[in-house]
Design a protein around this ligand. Structure first.
Ligand SMILES: [Zn+2]
Length: 321
């Protein structure tokens, strides 16, 4: 059986009913994902505050007793490198394509002082949100369209190379807390191809999130332009990062995406036929963990639409060799 079968929810949507459903469906990895987008630094801050509350700690304790691994998955860069640093250290931030330093997203990937600051703040966050797992998912900012650094040193690095530098620096911080700690390289948006100039440090694993896909056509459907585009370098990504610890982060159950990231949540039928084909395809490529976002399926969803399709989702993951 597939060893890691996961679902990723917004922390504020997690409740005991969710845990009941996860247990029944045989899901054994629970990801906690603060809302992405341009407010991701604030939603991560809220998640850190929520994490300390007795109510949330009780949910985490129950998940642990059920044998479920809990892991945070967050766009963490702007939280880890706050804008407030810009005034004193503009060169820590990215240079846009007009040659101006800007504090909107991401950072200069080649500034050693900035990378050291990032390692330090990652160490703190890793300590604060320790759930017992040795896998961490601290991602760069939730942007696309070249929000990378164009300074002299970064100019020749692709978005994937810049993300690799950033991910390696965050891994340093993780390892100070957990010597066996690992971190995900999020292949997503502008970074759907492997780096070519920067090597992955020991402890980086592949996480693949095809946000631009068509969820009603199989991923390996050669006639689907969107899926071909999202998956064109998948084999190269696996060759670069290896199969060990590799994780798919899919959108089969992502009702925030199906609801266009706007509440109230829409009713969400699971496309079981497509999911079955995709799971077999990913497994054939060698992925060890298969997970999906499961956002906008919490208490407000149940109130409006009844039970979300957690059971069929878990059944499909359990049916894989
Ligand atoms: Zn730079």
């Amino acid at each position: 059986m597939l060893e890691r079968r996961g679902i990723i929810v917004h922390p504020e949507e997690l409740d005991n009913k969710w845990l009941d459903d996860i247990e029944k469906a045989g899901i054994n990895v629970l990801g906690l994902h603060p809302v992405g987008g341009w407010r991701a630094n604030l939603t991560l801050k809220e998640a850190v505050e929520r994490h300390q509350t007795p109510e949330f700690q009780a949910l985490l304790k129950r998940a642990k007793e059920m044998g479920v691994t809990v892991e945070y998955e967050a766009h963490a860069l702007r939280y880890l490198m706050p804008k407030e640093l810009f005034e004193e250290h503009p060169d820590w931030f990215r240079m846009d394509d007009k040659g101006e330093r800007v504090s909107d997203h991401n950072m200069c990937a080649m500034n050693e002082e900035a990378l050291e600051y990032l390692a330090d703040s990652t160490e703190k966050l890793t300590r604060t949100l320790d759930t017992g797992s040795d896998r961490f998912f601290w991602w760069a900012d939730d942007v696309e369209g070249g929000a990378v650094c164009h300074c002299d040193k970064c100019r020749d690095l692709s978005p994937s190379d810049q993300l690799m530098k950033i991910t390696n620096a965050m891994l340093k911080g993780v390892k100070r807390v957990k010597p066996e700690g690992k971190i995900a390289f999020l292949a997503y948006h502008d970074a759907l191809v492997p780096p070519t100039k920067v090597a992955a440090d020991e402890g980086v694993f592949l996480e693949y999130a095809p946000i631009g896909r068509d969820s009603h056509r199989p991923m390996n459907d050669a006639g689907c332009e969107k899926n071909v585009s999202e998956g064109h370098a998948l084999k190269e990504l696996i060759a670069f990062f290896g199969k060990e610890n590799s994780q798919v982060l899919e959108y089969w159950m992502d009702n925030s995406r199906f609801s266009n990231w706007t509440k109230p949540p829409k009713a969400m039928p699971l496309d079981e036929a497509v999911m079955k084909e995709d799971v077999a395809y990913y497994r054939g490529l060698g992925f060890e963990s298969i997970t999906s976002f499961g956002c906008y399926l919490g208490p407000d969803y149940r109130e409006l639409h009844g039970q979300p399709p957690v059971q069929p989702y878990g059944d499909i993951l359990k049916s894989v060799e």
